[in-house]
Design a protein around this ligand. Structure first.
Ligand code: ADP
Ligand code: MG
Length: 162
C-alpha cells in the first residue's frame, strides 16, 4: 500500500495512530512529517514513542532548541524538529543523513525544510480540517514501508470495528 489518507477527530486519536505505527516498526525507518504549526505532528510523535515503548517518564516534547531529541525505546527514537531552520541552511551540519540511515526510527517534524525528501520510508502530511479534525495523508516509499502501511491501515480498521 503506497498511500493512505486517514482522518483524526481528536488528539487522542492522532496519538493512537502514532502508537500503532510505533508498534509496527521492527527495523530502522524514517518518518517525515509535514504540516503547519498545531497540525498535530508532535502529538503523533508522542504516540510513536509509546509504540516504541519509550518510558512515560521520558515525555516527548518539541526539540525546537536542540533540533533533535533522542529517546530509548525498543528501537532508539530520534526526534527532529527543523522549524528553526531556513531551507537548506544548517541541515548539512546535523548529520541528519547519518541518523536517517542509522539504527533507529528517525522522525522529522518540518520535513519541508529538507532539500531532498526522495527517501525511503514514510512521509505524512497533516492538514487542519476543523477544530479537532486533522487529515493525515500517509505515503509509503519502498517495500518495507508499504508493508507497514498495509498493517497500519488494517489495525486501524480493526480498531474501528470493535
Ligand atoms: P505540531 O507539532 O504540528 O505543531 P502539536 O502536536 O504540538 O502540533 O499540537 C497540536 C495541537 O492541536 C494540540 O494543542 C492538540 O491538542 C490540538 N489538536 C486538536 N485536534 C487534534 C487532532 N485531531 N490531532 C492532533 N492534535 C489536535
Ligand atoms: Mg511540533
Amino acid at each position: 500500500m503506497r498511500h493512505w489518507c486517514v482522518r483524526s477527530v481528536s488528539p487522542a486519536e492522532t496519538r493512537e495512530l502514532g502508537r500503532l505505527l510505533g508498534t509496527l516498526f521492527a527495523k530502522p525507518a524514517t518518518v517525515l512529517l509535514l504540516g503547519d504549526l498545531g497540525a498535530g505532528k508532535t502529538c503523533f510523535v508522542q504516540g510513536v514513542a509509546a509504540g516504541l515503548e519509550v518510558p512515560a517518564t521520558d515525555p516527548v516534547t518539541s526539540p525546537t532548541y536542540a533540533l533533535m531529541n533522542q529517546y530509548r525505546g525498543r528501537i532508539p527514537l530520534y526526534h527532529f524538529d527543523l522549524y528553526r531552520l531556513a531551507q537548506g541552511e544548517e541541515v548539512d551540519d546535523l548529520d541528519l543523513e547519518g541518523y536517517l540511515a542509522g539504527e533507529g526510527i528517525a522522525v522529522v517534524e518540518w520535513a519541508e525544510r529538507l532539500s531532498s525528501r526522495e527517501r525511503q520510508g514514510f512521509e505524512i502530511e497533516f492538514v487542519h480540517a476543523g477544530d479537532d479534525e486533522r487529515t493525515l495523508s500517509i505515503e509509503a516509499r519502498g517495500a518495507a514501508a508499504e508493508a507497514v502501511l498495509e498493517r497500519l491501515c488494517h489495525c486501524w480498521r480493526e480498531r474501528g470495528a470493535r
